[in-house]
Design a protein. Sequence first.
Length: 482
Amino acid sequence: MVLASALRAGLARDAASVASRRAAAAAVGGVRRLGAAAVQEEAAPLYPDAVLTAPETQQAKLGNGVRVATEAGGGPVAALTVSVDLGSRYESPENNGVCSVIGASAFTGSEPAIAAMGGHFTQTVDREVMTYSATVAEADVPKAMAVLADAVKATSLSAESLQASKGAVLDDIEAARRDPRLGLMDHLHDAAFLDTAMGMSPLGTAESVSALGLDGAKNFYGRGLAGSRVVVAGAGAVKQGSLTDMAQTLLGDVAASSSSAVDEAVEPAYFLGSDKRMRYDSMPNAHVAFAFKAPPAGSKHSISLMMVQALLGFEYNERTVLGVNAASKWAQEIAELNLAAVATPFYKGYKDAGLLGVSCIASDNHLDDFMWYTLHNLLHIVHKVTDAEVDAAKTLLKNHIYQQNSGCGDAAGIIAGDVRQFGRRVPYAEMVARIDAITTKEIKASADEIINDQDHALAAVGPIHELPDYNWIRRRSFWLRY
């Protein structure tokens, strides 16, 4: 492939004009774009073959709004993901957990077909999306797509399957009640988005799940399911034309649009600085997560927030061999002082809200130091991060994204997420160009707006008697600089 044509395919889906490229950049929150000439000049030394020869994503849209996207790849395995733009955020306190109950019954009745294929089928329910996925041999793609389509349309939902699914969800709720560590991020969302639908757990409550009836579940899902909310994605041994035909046959009868009542019921995700602490001194370690209010997915800060994670090193785990030789100063300090067993920075972006923060598993007598060093390193990014640190983090971030896209199973999920959030797949080559284009000044500006002197939300479980209080943490979210 000629270099220029490869870059046009990778760096912009529509390269007909500068205006269209800028519009595509704005769609995913990019604030800077390399000019075509500059990219062509620099591409040879900067971009390896893995970037320039990445498979092209093909997309189609059915008449009822269902979007289909594929990335063909080598090998005999195909990965399929079907996502539905529904989740706990669309629920009410009275029916909280209905999406989890419907999801739990997704493959009821399909067990013989799944066993015959020998594939791997999963379903997940989050705050804004329900996801059904399958990894199967190439020859089983039509059968797997039929199983996923039945799951999306909830064809197996009956009084009997509803009761079984409610039992499974209630077991998960009880497990989270007995061990609050399992629901740490749910507790964080509850603290951050108190008394809003965004703060509700996708599992629901024991009361709301127990009260669910078949008519209520079918009514909610029937009003919410629509072609415009469905994305079908495939990666690996799958062809765009074949998958589009399957989607037309299996999902073409889904209504084009959902009831307006579903969208009208969604309230804004108001962030509230607060914390939620559950002290259990009998537990061996404390589990802590805290976060600042962040912009939604696709904002102009998106790349900067990914860089903040990279500057912190993405994840520290005491079981790895890196230890004090980790790339980030934050991870080195954790290893040198034995501050935590596991520490992970995260950014969660939603339609109109987001969270940027850090979670950790640490012993009770290191929580104070962990919080001090973590906040110090976050503010170091705000005020003193250097170009050298940024360059190293860019390399780490590009490798991290490449690893995420290296398997067809992961790629299918990422394709579905991109299409659902941005209306198109963001190619790896484009992400590399965006990362290279970000400047230290822009990263500092984003970190300053989101972290510096801002309220936070916190959730903590375990022996947390040495975890500093809210005001201590709030005071260390800024430096006194004259």
